[in-house]
Design a binder for this molecule. Structure first.
Ligand SMILES: Cc1cc2nc3c(=O)[nH]c(=O)nc-3n(C[C@H](O)[C@H](O)[C@H](O)COP(=O)(O)O)c2cc1C
Length: 439
């Protein structure tokens, strides 16, 4: 079976749709379990590396999650660097098969979404493992440039995911980018910066600014524009009651569910406070996102054991469980999962998110961009949901490797619609030794 080319603007609507429908069914792609042909991230330095100052994450130690913010007397330039540091490795899980972990998830910790800092006079690639900025355009001095507005661009490098993932490389990478963009927007706000997320930047001009070549497998995802807040200050990053955790702790502990040799959640319900925080976070992240029928996303919460919510599937609208709908139970989700219950036991999770998309509507509305935007939106909603669960000891496990067709049947979806992203959630059972790898 040939691998279809990742979507490009020049492809016909039929080709775009064929790609979208194929990547949505990973179990049909025949992805082998082993093989690693990842290539180094192809960026060309135009000057010497700039190491980031140590301890940037500590600014968030004293900002309570979710409403607290970094002191306004911290220089704006330091807060911009603090926002970049939110993308840095956070923890090493001693008994996990994959490491290190960050404040946002990536399939197998591949981390293919690359972060760039853009200012009026220069551009830098953030090398997360070295925790440094590498200039990729011009010879501007970083310190001076940070006095003005800055933009954090996220560009997917498909070569950071092994080719055995075939068409799924594109969606794994863009979903991850959606997670990262939402994280940066939230942390930028926690740093008391004015934040604007853009997903409409011109691809060729952006790649050009960053000295990147499309033929090296780069796909622009979006950017978070950061500026000093104007009159009235920055909007609070999030609403909701105090959680007793700092922003720094939430970034450190956000998790897809820890596991060693086999995954299973703790046999406890999802507390009402956790469910409230979850729904409110989804409401904020999905604000302005159209329904699946209008090229966006429908969010469904499948509840098995959630305090204050009946078991069954609930359509989420405006941060509320709006109405009951037909849908799969956790056993059906387990059956659709790529991994057997002996490896990933998700049937005992108190709940799961299911995000539904309509690829035909997305192609009709926005062509290749429409498909890309969908993946970014899925990632953004899941990131907000996963962060909101963290102070409640909760995890949210993003999943793309499942069979969407039986789930679509259980949800009685229109033929053009599919669940594109499933996220079992709950409370961790397995406690790992966590090593702090923040710098
Ligand atoms: C887009 C995306 C797709 C993923 N797909 C799966 C999946 O199909 N099955 C699974 O068990 N985990 C999946 N994961 C979870 C990652 O493997 C997990 O996030 C990673 O191991 C890092 O763990 P952490 O999020 O706790 O740091 C996915 C993550 C992302 C971001």
């Amino acid at each position: 079976m040939d691998v279809l080319d990742p979507p490009q603007a020049a492809l016909s609507d039929e080709r775009l749709l064929a790609f979208a429908e194929r990547q949505a069914r990973p179990l049909l792609l025949g992805i082998p379990a082993d093989g690693d042909d990842r290539v180094p991230v192809p960026v060309e330095a135009t000057g010497p590396d700039v190491p980031l100052p140590p301890g940037l994450h500590r600014m968030l130690d004293s900002a309570p999650y979710p409403r607290g913010r970094v002191d306004s007397d911290v220089p704006v330039r330091t807060r911009v660097l603090g926002t970049i540091a939110a993308a840095a490795p956070q923890r090493f899980e001693v008994r996990s098969a994959v490491n290190p972990h960050r404040a946002y998830p990536a399939a197998h910790c591949f981390y293919s979404a690359q972060l760039f800092l853009l200012t009026a006079g220069g551009a830098w690639h953030y090398d997360a493992s070295g925790h440094l900025l590498r200039p990729v355009a011009g010879d501007a001095e970083l310190d001076r440039e940070l006095d003005g507005p800055a933009s954090l661009a996220v560009v997917c490098h498909l070569g950071s995911v092994p080719t055995r993932y075939r068409e799924l490389r594109w969606s794994l990478s863009l979903c991850e980018a959606g997670h990262l963009l939402e994280l940066l927007a939230q942390v930028g706000s926690a740093h008391r910066l004015a934040v604007r997320t853009r997903r409409d930047l011109p691809d060729a001009a952006l790649l050009d600014r960053l000295g990147l070549r499309a033929r090296d497998g780069w796909t622009p995802a979006g950017a978070v524009e950061l500026d000093a807040p104007g009159e009235g200050g920055a909007r609070p990053p999030a609403a909701g009651p105090d959680t007793g955790m700092s922003w720094a702790q939430v970034l450190f502990e956000r998790s897809a569910g820890r596991a060693n040799k086999g995954f299973s959640p703790a046999p406890v319900p999802l507390a009402a406070t956790a469910a409230e925080a979850l729904l409110a976070a989804i409401g904020r992240a999905a604000d302005g996102v159209p329904s699946a029928a209008e090229s966006g996303v429908d969010v469904v919460l499948a509840s098995r054991d959630v305090e204050g919510l009946d078991p069954g599937c609930h359509l989420i609208e405006d941060g509320r469980a709006r109405r009951r709908i037909a849908g799969p139970d956790m056993d059906a989700l387990q059956r659709s999962f790529a991994y057997p219950a002996t490896q990933m036991s998700i049937a005992g999770c108190p709940a799961a998110l299911l995000m539904i998309t309509d690829h035909a509507a997305a192609v009709r509305e926005g062509g290749e961009r429409g498909l890309r935007l969908l993946q970014l939106r899925l990632g953004a909603i899941a990131q907000a949901a996963g962060m909101a669960l963290t102070p409640h000891g909760g995890f949210l496990r993003p999943a793309r490797s499942f069979d969407p067709d039986p789930l679509a049947a259980a949800l009685r979806l229109e033929p053009t619609r599919l669940p594109a992203y499933v996220a079992p959630l709950g409370v961790n059972r397995f406690t790992d030794l966590l090593l702090d790898v923040r710098r």
